[in-house]
Write a protein that binds this ligand. Sequence first.
Ligand code: HEC
Ligand code: HEC
Ligand code: HEC
Length: 131
Amino acid sequence: MYDSGKVITGLLAFAVLVTLPFWYTAAGGKGGFRPEPKLAPGLEGKKCVESKAFMRASHMDLLNLWRDEVVRQDLRVHFSPDGRAFEKSLTNTCLKCHSNTGEFCDRCHNYVGVQPYCWDCHMEKKLKGAE
Ligand code: HEC
Ligand code: HEC
Ligand code: HEC
């Protein structure tokens, strides 16, 4: 039999280890440079389509889900936890609020070295504020 307690402890320890740099900076540690996504003017005090913590961790999954639901099932409306309705659209919804993709999306993405290819199709004009 496996000792499931040990296995789980091991998995947890591993998860903490690989995400340590993230927790460290998230806790405000003086770990040197960290990305500081800048909200577009007028967004302070407003709310995203899901909680900030959820968005920070899972916005890529949410976008994939939206795409699949729109393209495969024609389900086009997302309800936020507080009941607001949003069109499931990268350009018409996310980028309506986050219009400064260069200072917001790209600041994080450059930091972690991801380059979403979504813009190839979803944006016709050049990104505003991109470095
Ligand atoms: C090859 C072109 C192409 C690329 C690259 C692409 N998409 Fe799309 N995407 C489409 C098309 C076409 C639709 C269908 C539009 C519709 O039916 O309204 C769509 C629909 C979507 C939708 C739902 C409708 C909307 O207006 O946003 C989401 C969300 C979405 N894509 C997200 C993404 C994300 C996130 C990426 C990058 C990881 C991405 N797409 C990359 C072509 C593309
Ligand atoms: C109604 C305007 C609005 C829409 C639409 C919106 N956001 Fe947000 N977003 C915000 C605001 C305001 C915040 C600041 C955090 C909060 O919700 O308190 C935020 C936070 C975030 C964060 C976390 C930033 C951080 O500092 O951790 C990410 C990532 C994000 N949004 C991505 C997206 C994506 C992707 C979409 C589309 C699926 C989207 N947002 C749609 C307004 C919006
Ligand atoms: C708080 C930091 C942060 C902000 C702000 C942010 N992202 Fe991300 N994003 C990430 C991280 C980190 C990853 C990589 C996650 C991974 O590799 O699993 C990522 C990955 C993605 C991916 C998947 C790319 C891939 O190749 O796997 C998409 C699509 C995406 N982000 C879209 C957006 C959009 C659109 C915005 C702005 C509206 C945005 N993100 C804002 C941190 C952020």
